[in-house]
Design a protein around this ligand. Structure first.
Ligand code: AMP
Length: 214
């Protein structure tokens, strides 16, 4: 089962992707997480990516596509995966379609988690990310058990630079220009499914589980 999560930044697709990965036993692949790991480790890729990420811009396709294709070729992806944050542009989607096509494969589900822009900005200011393992929380909708401390690894949780209000506005602009066209792209491939992302996290997950089947 190969799944793509679509939706604006802050629509909750990362949280849903993790829940899907747990339920269906497939890897959750987030290009944003891969970049953040590289930033933490101080790699060349991390340094390059950070410049773009801190401005709310997309990391160039040349840097992004290769790391994603390398990742989905790994052994743990043979039964499928859930992609979170990739593709984000039509050229990225085309590269993925071509790479899968070459081995007679394709994406099975592109799930669009729909949330209006006005909800996104207030949501993002409450978002917190763990400095240690990258788990994400929300002060109101998905709080940590102990304030400011990650439930999974005990590290500090913070507001990411790219979740700050000004950056979020820029990210939404970039989303509408470059990523939103993917909805039409996957509709044409007859694999697009829409869910209302304004619902409670568990209800969104139930809607997705209904699409994916037991
Ligand atoms: P995310 O955690 O998915 O919200 O990604 C955080 C940031 O990483 C984005 O705002 C982009 O700067 C960068 N990024 C993540 N995935 C991609 C991608 N597929 N293409 C380009 N940039 C990306």
């Amino acid at each position: 089962m190969k799944i793509i999560m679509l939706g604006a930044p802050g629509a909750g697709k990362g949280t849903q992707a993790k829940m899907i990965a747990d339920k269906y036993g497939i890897p959750h692949i987030s290009t944003g997480d891969i970049f953040r790991t590289n930033i933490k480790e101080g790699t060349k890729l991390g340094k390059e990516a950070k410049e773009y990420m801190d401005q709310g811009r997309l990391v160039p396709d040349e840097l992004t596509v290769k790391i994603l294709l390398d990742r989905v070729e790994k052994e743990d992806c043979k039964n499928g995966y859930v992609l979170d944050g990739f593709p984000r542009t039509i050229p990225q989607a085309e590269v993925l379609t071509d790479a899968l096509g070459k081995v007679g494969d394709k994406i099975d589900y592109a799930i669009n988690v729909e949330v209006p822009d006005k909800n996104i900005i207030s949501r993002m200011s409450g978002r917190r990310a763990c400095l240690g393992c990258g788990s994400t929380y929300h002060l109101e909708y998905n709080p940590t058990k102990k304030e400011g401390i990650c439930d999974s690894c005990g590290s500090e949780t913070v507001l990411r630079d790219d979740d700050k209000a000004e950056t979020v506005k820029k990210r939404l602009l970039v989303y509408h220009e470059q990523t939103h066209p993917l909805i039409e792209y996957y509709k044409k491939q007859s694999v697009l499914y829409e869910v209302d992302g304004t619902m409670d996290m568990q209800d969104v997950f139930q809607a997705i589980a209904n699409i994916l089947g037991a």
